[in-house]
Structures are given as C-alpha cells and as structure tokens.
Design a protein around this ligand. Structure first.
Ligand code: SAM
Length: 272
C-alpha cells in the first residue's frame, strides 16, 4: 500500500544508520531523526524495521495483518536474515499471501486460543495500516506483550485521529466513506488489489500522553511515539494541497498532537 507523492519543501530524511548506543527505542529514534511529514513514515517503514532488527538483534518477525501484501518477500526475508511469519485475522487474506512465507491466522485482539499462536515466539512484531481496523487496541498491545520474547520490539504504524481526513472517515457512515475512497482511488475497490476495510480508530492517536498509560498497562515501559503530520490525499487538488500542507507544517512546528495524521508506536518488552 502506498500513498501519493510527498508534499514539497521537506528536508531529506536522515540515513537509517543510527549510532548504536545500548539503548531504548527512544534513543534509536532520536538517532534516526525522522522528518515530520508522513511521507517519511511510508518511505522508511521497511528500513526502520530492518534498523530495529539490526540494532536489537531481532530475527523472528511477525507481521500483524500482513495478509495479501506482506512487507518482505521470501527472498528479501532471507537476504535480511529474517524469519517472517505473516499474520492476519482473515483466512481469505492469508490465502493471498505469496507462497513460501509462513502464515498464522489469529485476531491480534483475540483471546490467543488459536492453534497458530506462538506465545513468546517473536522478536519483532510489526504492522502497517492495521490498528485502525482493530476493535480493542489495548487488548492487541497486551497480546503483543504476551507474544514477544523478552527484549522483543513491536512497531505499529497507523493513521491517527483527529486529523481531518481520518476524522471524516471515522464520522461518515462506512458506505459513504467507502464511496469517496473508491472514487478517489479506484484501486481500492473491493475487486482491486487494495480493498478498504472498516476502520474504528480505537486508540489511534499521536499523543504520547494519551497512549502511554495504555501501553504501560499492557506491560511496556520502553515506549516511543513518533508523530507525523501531512498526507497525500489532496495531491491531485493543488490549492487544497497547498493549504493543507501549510496547516500541517504549522501543526508539526508547534507539535500539535491533536491533528497528527500518522504515528509509529514502538515498544520494547523488558529482557527479564
Ligand atoms: C488495510 S489492510 C493492511 C494490509 C497491509 N498491512 C498493508 O500495509 O498493505 C488491513 C489488514 O489487517 C487485517 N486485520 C484487521 N484486523 C485484524 C486483527 N484484529 N488481527 C489481525 N489482522 C487484522 C485485515 O484482514 C487486513 O489484511
């Protein structure tokens, strides 16, 4: 899944080779110095995951909600010394997972009673554009804590409220928001390669103050929330695009959490 082009005027992202202090996920991201614009998040999702795997020595990776479009091919996983398991709640999605990749069908917010569940079996759990579809995100983070090995890391990349574009998607009836998305992005029709799934946006916020209590209840103390602003939905509407970019640039400058568009939430389970 990709977004349209980046807004103009952004600085180039830093190289993904942070110096390696023994560290927390917080220090990892401080060294990475991500750009404020969400295009950085899309462009650097894979290198960030590889950087985390390298920094913290993580090999067994579970991609939550990877379905038909997992992050790594068999070859890329092998090349990067990663043992990848593709998870999804939907057996139909997993049937479309490229052959050769291991799959595990379960609900990340479920009761963990499915036979495919490996408690403590993953070093790194990642997800992209999945948490907004999860009905109980606190339960998902609690389950992730149970599924990670000691010292394991999880990264969830999701859209956030109350960015106006996602607030609209949240507030409009599913039928109406589906019609708008299908009109703007024909590839996202149900018969296309990138269907639209219903979104709940439970705990999908870009504010550390909002998320931290939940993440602590789930068992994590090493926590990082990387906030992003801006999006590509108005790329084909020049005037709106410029006005929206100016709004997001200002919001990023003053650090206005309420209107972030996306976030990476990254946690590390204690080693003992
Ligand atoms: C919008 S798609 C994103 C797919 C892929 N991660 C990407 O970035 O292209 C959301 C995926 O999450 C899966 N999903 C939704 N809720 C889930 C849950 N509770 N547990 C596991 N997977 C879930 C859906 O079946 C779907 O495959």
């Amino acid at each position: 899944m990709s977004m349209a082009t980046a807004a103009a005027g952004r600085r180039e992202p830093a190289a993904l080779s942070p110096t390696r202090p023994a560290g927390s996920v917080e220090t990892f991201f401080r060294a990475l110095a991500p750009n404020w614009h969400s295009q950085w998040a899309w462009d650097h999702y894979e290198p960030t995951i590889l950087g985390l795997a390298h920094q913290f020595g993580l090999r067994r990776v579970c991609e939550i909600g990877g379905g038909r479009d997992p992050l790594f091919s068999v070859e890329a996983a092998a090349r990067n010394n990663i043992v990848l398991t593709v998870n999804d709640i939907d057996a139909g999605e997993l049937a479309l997972t490229p052959p050769g990749l291991a799959t595990a069908r379960f609900d990340i917010a479920g009761d963990l009673s499915e036979p495919d569940i490996a408690r403590g079996g993953y070093d790194l759990m990642v997800s992209r554009m999945v948490f907004e579809h999860v009905h109980d995100v606190e339960r998902a983070w609690t389950n992730i804590h149970a599924l990670l090995a000691p010292g394991g890391v999880a990264l969830a990349f999701f859209p956030t409220l109350w960015a106006p574009v996602f607030a609209l998607n949240h507030i409009l009836p599913e039928k109406a928001s589906r019609a708008i998305v299908h009109a703007l992005f024909p590839g996202r029709r149900d018969d296309g390669g990138d269907p639209k799934f219903p979104a709940f946006y439970d705990q999908c916020r870009g504010s550390r103050a909002t998320l931290e209590p939940m993440l602590r209840r789930a068992g994590f103390s090493d926590i990082h929330v990387q906030r992003f602003w801006g999006h590509g939905y108005f790329d084909r509407m020049p005037v709106l695009k410029q006005a929206d970019h100016a709004f997001n640039a200002l919001a990023a400058k003053i650090g206005w959490d309420f209107v972030t568009t996306y976030a990476y939430v990254v946690v590390r389970k204690d080693k003992v």
